[in-house]
Design a protein around this ligand. Structure first.
Ligand code: NI
Length: 268
């Protein structure tokens, strides 16, 4: 079913996300059972900087719905660039879209990616709910494994296409779990594994943002030729602090996001 409104789109993105990351629903329910009301800090999407599917193309439905560009971020080590968008209504999740910089990779990787994007039916990328449409191409396990050699990020986009890579619980809106360390301990006590790359808590009060995340769960994905069990999505948690001017920091910290990206790395 196609959706044409922002609430409909966000709802579709959440339902698609918990279908491939059921742990997010379980964790969300854990907090709800503790009397919490969950607000989303941000939703993250991934793409390639191929002209048909750049960040700007993916941002269209959000811009049409009142979101505005807020800031951009560079991840030179991952060869990734990102932009974030915000809605005038601060209760709406921020949208964080990152793209892999194809020109910084091998010709072989670029050829595979162009072969994927060429399969997208004409103008489909302009449909309002393209960002929640899943994988719009066929891909072989060989291509997936080839991409994985150079970029787990590129391999993730090839395997999963257009859907939320993660949703993020806004810790500030929680009552009992307003301390990220306490929240992490609670999740671990319930048996959830956290991404420990760069420490369980990325960032600090000094940079006005603390983040943690679960490790992506592995799911079975059907490729053109076979099935593979690969990392899918993770659930993130973010606590924001006030800046010297008293306003809550609304940006992202590149050094932290860099480590968070690794939540979808294989073998963790
Ligand atoms: Ni995030």
């Amino acid at each position: 079913m196609t959706v044409k409104t922002l609430p409909g789109l966000l709802d579709k993105m959440w339902h698609d996300y918990i279908t491939i990351n059921p742990l997010a629903q379980k964790i969300s329910d854990l907090f709800t059972d503790e009397g919490e009301v969950i607000l989303n800090d941000h939703i993250a999407l991934r793409t390639f900087n191929h002209p048909r599917v750049t960040i700007d193309v993916l941002a269209r439905p959000f811009i049409e719905s009142g979101y505005k560009y807020f800031g951009d971020y560079h991840f030179p080590e991952k060869k990734v660039y990102a932009k974030h968008y915000q809605h005038a209504d601060e209760k709406m999740p921020k949208i964080f879209i990152s793209e892999i910089r194809l020109e910084e990779f091998s010709q072989a990787l670029q050829k595979i990616v162009y072969g994927l994007v060429d399969q997208i039916p004409e103008s489909k990328e302009f449909e309002f709910d393209f960002v929640s449409g899943g994988r719009p191409w066929k891909v072989s396990t060989q291509s997936y494994n080839e991409l994985m050699k150079e970029s787990d990020y590129a391999a993730w986009v090839a395997a999963f296409g257009y859907r939320a890579n993660h949703f993020t619980v806004f810790i500030n809106a929680l009552k009992k779990f307003s301390d990220i360390h306490y929240l992490n301990d609670f999740l671990k006590s319930k048996g959830y594994k956290l991404n420990a790359s760069g420490g369980e808590v990325k960032g600090s009060k000094e940079v006005c943002l603390e983040q943690s995340s679960t490790l992506a769960n592995n799911i079975e994905v059907l490729f053109e030729d076979a099935k593979l069990t690969i990392p899918a999505c993770y659930y993130e948690f973010a606590k924001r602090y006030a800046m010297p001017d008293g306003k809550l920091y609304q940006g992202f910290v590149a050094a932290s996001a860099d480590k968070i990206f690794e939540s979808t790395k294989q073998g963790q």
